[in-house]
Design a protein around this ligand. Structure first.
Ligand SMILES: Cc1cc2nc3c(=O)[nH]c(=O)nc-3n(C[C@H](O)[C@H](O)[C@H](O)COP(=O)(O)OP(=O)(O)OC[C@H]3O[C@@H](n4cnc5c(N)ncnc54)[C@H](O)[C@@H]3O)c2cc1C
Length: 390
């Protein structure tokens, strides 16, 4: 079984593939320079992405975005997964979930400039004491007249160094909705917002993950996203979307790794023959390709089912299954690719080494593999397997 792609889908996939092929030659320079590229090169990549219709790819036309289907976004993201060092993140994905609730003020102030690629956002949900268990957050929001006062410390805030504003999730401390979650737009340079630390992570990305402190940050009530108590539902919508896109990027990474390892195995000589002649090597490549195909079918099928309006709980379970399987698959493929490359696979200039480190976090962020299994098992108990896998 293969998922048939339409003419426009194939053309979009090809456009994204060619663009990513332009980024790949910059990987090693980024790796050796803390994830950074020369500013003129980075700017040229952003402009090229915009020219090709590859920015804000998840934003609806009503917000000034391209209005791509989920399947089209999946195909694009799969291609961006083929490049290391997050160079593919130049294909931006704004807060698409906000389209239904953003006020005119919020659209004009933050969303339209984001869609146009002029400013960027980041998300501050996780805390030192609360990651998987989002409801355990201790950040607070207190209503004070026409304002809210925000306090809390957040961890792992991705892209904070490049962002103009942050979505800050907290719990209300008083009023009729006390204890419920709220989400706010907060300008990153607002008084009381500070970067506490810029920790080092396994990957070498120009996007940093700040530890942030919010101390008595005053925001007007117009910065509240939706209504008091809505905070968690927005985060769930984002998790669902991003889990599918992680699955897509993992498929792209695995494809690149298989291509590179296969090419190397067919020219590397050992004991008088290319190593691709040896069954131990063939097994690693064959298992990798087989698992990639399975992951891709799940990912594409999930995207298609979302586009035809699958029940939102079924979508949730399928996105979890796709992320779980594709991220675990890509990590196995990266491990095998390092092995096929031998000593070269342990060098930072080698794509397998970089992906071996970079793909590890796909089993952790946007819900760990353990959390995905809990979601899937919960839906299985409630619905049985039929509605979930057809
Ligand atoms: C590079 C990076 C970037 C990130 N970017 C962001 C960001 O931009 N914004 C943001 O808000 N967050 C971000 N995160 C946070 C990320 O979403 C969390 O790390 C993740 O959800 C896991 O939370 P935790 O690290 O607190 O682990 P914990 O929740 O403490 O989990 C620790 C371990 O316990 C397991 N576990 C927890 N509960 C259960 C259970 N019920 N059953 C079985 N096992 C369980 C987990 O699977 C894990 O193995 C980022 C993280 C990383 C590493």
């Amino acid at each position: 079984m293969s998922i048939a792609l339409s003419g426009p889908e194939l053309r979009l996939q090809e456009t994204a593939r060619r663009f990513v092929d332009e980024l790949i030659p910059w990987e090693v320079e980024a790796e050796m320079n803390r994830g950074e590229l020369p500013p003129d090169v980075a700017k040229a990549h952003s402009e090229r992405a915009a020219e090709l219709g590859l920015i804000s790819i998840n934003m609806p036309e009503s917000m000034g975005g391209p209005g791509y289907t989920t399947m089209e976004q999946t195909l694009i993201q799969e291609q961006t997964g083929r490049v290391t060092n997050a160079l593919g993140w130049v294909v931006s994905t704004g807060p698409s979930w906000i389209a239904d609730v953003a006020t005119d003020h919020q659209v004009e102030r933050w969303i339209r400039p984001t869609v146009d690629g002029e400013i960027h956002e980041c998300y501050a949900i996780t805390e030192a004491g609360a990651g998987s268990d989002v409801d355990g957050i201790e950040a607070t929001a207190r209503r004070d007249g026409e304002e809210y006062v925000l306090d809390g410390e957040k961890w792992h805030v991705t892209s904070a160094n490049l962002a103009s504003y942050v979505f800050f999730q907290a719990k209300l401390v008083d009023g009729p909705n006390a204890g419920r979650h709220v989400l706010f737009f907060v300008d990153i340079d607002a008084p009381g917002v500070e970067c506490v630390r810029v920790p080092e992570y396994s990957h070498t990305y120009g996007h940093h993950h700040w530890e942030m402190r919010f101390s008595g940050v005053r925001v007007p009530k117009e910065n509240l996203v939706g209504s008091e108590g809505d905070g968690m539902s927005f985060s769930h919508a984002w998790f669902r979307y991003e889990r599918l896109m992680i699955a897509a990027r993992c498929c792209g990474a695995a494809e690149r790794l298989i291509e590179e390892a296969n090419s190397f195995a067919n020219q590397r000589q050992a004991y008088g023959s290319v190593i691709a002649d040896y069954q131990a090597i063939q097994t690693m490549l064959a298992d990798s390709l087989t698992e990639l195909w399975a992951a891709r079918l799940m990912t594409y099928e999930t995207a298609r089912s979302i586009d035809v309006g699958a029940d939102v709980k079924v979508q949730h379970a399928r996105c979890s299954m796709a992320k779980l399987y594709a991220s675990e698959m890509a990590n196995r493929v990266a491990d095998r690719a390092v092995q096929v490359f031998g000593g070269r696979g342990f060098m930072r200039e080698n794509v397998a080494e970089r992906f071996y480190r970079e793909l590890r976090v796909d089993r952790i962020w946007e819900g760990t593999s353990e959390i995905q299994r809990i979601i899937i098992a919960d839906q299985l108990r409630k619905r049985g397997p039929g509605p979930l896998i057809g």
